[in-house]
Design a protein around this ligand. Sequence first.
Ligand SMILES: CC(=O)N[C@H]1[C@@H](OP(=O)(O)OP(=O)(O)OC[C@H]2O[C@@H](n3ccc(=O)[nH]c3=O)[C@H](O)[C@@H]2O)O[C@H](CO)[C@@H](O)[C@@H]1O
Ligand SMILES: C=C(OP(=O)(O)O)C(=O)O
Length: 421
Amino acid sequence: MDKLVINKSPALKGSVVISGAKNAALPLLIASLLADSVCTYTNVPNLKDIKTTLLLLKDLGASTNHIDTNSVEINASQLESVTASYDLVKTMRASILVLGPLLAKHGRANVSLPGGCAIGARPVNLHLSGLEKMGAKIDVEEGYVRASVNGRLQGARIYMDIVSVGATENLMMAASLAEGVTVIENAAREPEIVDLADCLNAMGAKVSGAGTENITIEGVERLNGCEYSILPDRIETGTFLVAAAVTKGHIRCENAAPHTLDAVLNKLEQAGAKIGVGEDWIELDMQGKAPKAVNIKTVPHPGFPTDMQAQFVTLNAVAEGAGVVTETIFENRFMHVPELQRMGAKIELQGNAAITEGASVLKGAPVMATDLRASASLIIAGLVAEGETTVSRIYHLDRGYEKIESKLGNLGANIQRVAEA
Ligand SMILES: CC(=O)N[C@H]1[C@@H](OP(=O)(O)OP(=O)(O)OC[C@H]2O[C@@H](n3ccc(=O)[nH]c3=O)[C@H](O)[C@@H]2O)O[C@H](CO)[C@@H](O)[C@@H]1O
Ligand SMILES: C=C(OP(=O)(O)O)C(=O)O
């Protein structure tokens, strides 16, 4: 198993090209299950989760073809199976998204309950109750969701008790091939939802209102293939910006989507960064100064994203002044804190808040990655810690960051991937 070895690094400098968004690519690739012909995707990040998704689609009988590293064609017009097996689903949360499309197009679906980052209980009740409202019969037995429908799913008005990205995506896809109109109220508004709606519309769907809290989907009888370029990854972008901020650096992110990062850029400005943006780039300059601590509360988009929480806990730990980071989305998303404490970070956990007093002097240590963004926060800490930090269990990281060590290395970071003995 590989690990990352990081040594104290100079201020990060230069430019980095941002990859396509994992959390947009996963539902978009899965949406190919709805199409009667080939879907071609570009700007697809080269990640473990993408490979797992392609394996999952192949296992169902779809054919997939990599045109190049970041472009892939999927033809899911003929399937052999409607069962997504535990072996593939267990590693990746987004696998549950095959449920809606399989059910809508084939009338049946068996999907193992999903894995993914262990950051909370992460139930799928909203996915299931929404599909039931559309006429599906659903049983959960032996770890599998078994769903079926007589004829087509029926359009419905679905109010979501909790704002859920995954449930909104599953229901949008299912509703695209349902009979009649579906309205999803209190829908998630994340940019990845808008990307999915745009992609579905490119396939011939009739989705409107994505990006607001009410999404309307007029069901159609069939969907075509499409050509679609995946949205840039806002969380990868934010991760590089925080890495640059803690090292007092000056970097530019190319192929970025600044409009998806308002809340994060606002916090970086509060932390003392000078931020410049263009249509597809973001520049951060700390002008040689250390960041100042910020107060953050994670909330659904357009608020501050939970997927950037861990990185900002590291920033606050080394910043000037005290800061409070409150996590409201997931109940177990502070597993990076004990690892950061091993490096000397002064962080106190009080319920769902991580309180930092600032100016922690970090020392390199062997630390363990516990989930995807926790891994990123430990790497960022390693960049400013005295001596050597080794981050093990980086398979979490490989689920969501494309070539992170070479991208950081090009910005001047001392980071290497080595095979663990
Ligand atoms: C692959 C992907 O896109 N993952 C993202 C997606 O995860 P994911 O789609 O799993 O997250 P959700 O938005 O669904 O979860 C939000 C909250 O709703 C709860 N919930 C969700 C569904 C449900 O049926 N019942 C329920 O109670 C969850 O436990 C959580 O507390 O959005 C999260 C919130 O922005 C991000 O952190 C993840 O990176
Ligand atoms: C939590 C994340 O991923 P997943 O939902 O796939 O576990 C993430 O991308 O930060």
